[in-house]
Design a protein around this ligand. Structure first.
Ligand code: ZN
Length: 190
């Protein structure tokens, strides 16, 4: 599903929602200059930052899910790599330097056209303090994770995979999907 668009971003004329020639999905097409406005999923890069036996969580100071806990994560910017995006988000949300990162899991969330890429790295010196988007940041042991106060299902799933791998002493790379069917979320991962 496309986000509603009223005007062409090239010339400002009105647009129509229709299927372009040689295409199979409706797009917003400019009624004047013919510009086709393609809309594609957005990538969110984030990380689990470890320090000793704890991980870094941030309590959100922004909507949506104000006041709930999350891993540092956010929309990728142009001209950066996913790993740079994950580290930048940790810096912005928690003033945290994350080093030695590697991909831990990827989740497709088609009903909101998002792809999450979550890295696993080390929190340098164990140091963090809240950035502008966080009310507070803290390091949590597994038994202290606020499971009922996590901001998004993808964060819950990422942490479940992480602790399951830790229990098995075998950190893997996971590929998952969170799919909405009626009012239920179907979660698959491998
Ligand atoms: Zn136009």
């Amino acid at each position: 599903m496309n986000l509603k668009l009223n005007y062409c971003n090239q010339c400002g004329a009105t647009v129509s929602h229709k299927i372009p020639a040689d295409d199979n999905l409706p797009r917003y097409i400019c009624d004047d200059c013919g510009n086709i406005h393609y809309q594609n999923p957005r990538i969110i890069a984030g990380c689990i930052a470890e320090w000793e036996n704890k991980i870094l969580l941030c309590r959100r100071s922004i909507e949506p899910r104000h006041g709930l806990w999350t891993l540092p994560a956010g929309f990728m910017e142009n001209n950066e790599t996913t790993i740079e995006g994950a580290c930048r988000e940790a810096q912005e949300e928690a003033n945290a330097d994350v080093i030695d990162s590697r991909l831990f899991c990827m989740f497709s969330i088609p009903h909101i056209s998002q792809v999450y890429m979550m890295y696993l790295g080390q929190l340098k010196n164990g140091k963090a303090h809240p950035g502008a988007e966080s009310l507070e940041v803290d390091l949590f042991n597994e038994q202290d994770i606020p499971w009922d106060e996590l901001a998004f299902p993808v964060i819950t799933e990422t942490l479940k995979l992480y602790y399951a791998d830790k229990l098995n002493n075998n950190i893997q790379v996971h590929n998952g999907e969170i799919i909405r069917e009626q009012n239920n979320l179907i979660i698959n991962h491998y």
